[in-house]
Write a protein that binds this ligand. Structure first.
Ligand SMILES: Cc1cc2nc3c(=O)[nH]c(=O)nc-3n(C[C@H](O)[C@H](O)[C@H](O)COP(=O)(O)O)c2cc1C
Length: 183
């Protein structure tokens, strides 16, 4: 697939199955990630690969976090425990921001987010399916601690990656809706 077609046609795929990416495919995704624009060359990102049985551990962490706030029905417990089983690989994308005289933390989070988009594009270019997810489990202090986040770090997303269970076609919105001339 040529580069522009990849950009125009990328879609998120929620229905994912094994196999996950090969080590070569994953390496390509990370090499794309670290080519994100990065003011000050801070490299304000790090990533956790969660695959295999580690996904069950993540589900238990999700459950612990949600159960800390409220009592959960058995159905809700199952739902939180099974969330990470929706793909063979989950990449936790962490913005790892630093104090910098010229680059505010917000810009560093943007750079880390660009890294995630590069990974989505690299996944799509290789025929993999992927979706960027967040939700309350990306911001919960119990989850952040359990995943080992440090001061200045935040989760910008969970990237679910695997083999697409079905095809999806990219919508093609009317570009004129978003673009105008000024001056
Ligand atoms: C920061 C961020 C967080 C997101 N969180 C979720 C989420 O928790 N659940 C979800 O279904 N989609 C989430 N999305 C949207 C999907 O990743 C995806 O973009 C959307 O389903 C539209 O599909 P498309 O990328 O093919 O246009 C999020 C997107 C971004 C950028």
């Amino acid at each position: 697939m040529d580069a522009l077609s990849n950009l125009h046609q990328r879609v998120s795929i929620a229905a994912l199955e094994a196999p996950g990416p090969t080590s070569q495919q994953l390496d390509n995704m990370y090499r794309a990630a670290v080519r994100a624009p990065d003011h000050g060359a801070i490299q304000p990102w790090r990533f956790l690969n969660i695959a295999g049985d580690a996904r069950q551990k993540l589900g238990e962490l999700y459950l612990r976090a949600m159960a800390a706030d409220q009592s959960l029905s058995p159905e809700q417990q199952t739902k939180f425990k099974n969330m990470p089983l929706r793909a063979p690989l989950i990449i936790v994308a962490i913005a790892s921001t630093k104090d910098h005289p010229k680059v505010p933390r917000s810009e560093q989070v943007i750079a880390a987010s660009c890294a995630v988009q590069n990974m989505l594009l690299a996944a799509h270019a290789q025929g993999l399916g992927a979706i960027w997810r967040t939700g309350e489990l990306a911001y919960h202090p119990v989850v952040m601690e359990g995943l080992g986040l440090q001061e200045g770090e935040e989760i910008v997303g969970y990237l679910y990656v695997g083999t697409p269970m079905r095809e999806r076609t990219a919508p093609q919105p009317d570009i004129d809706q978003f673009v105008s001339d000024w001056g």
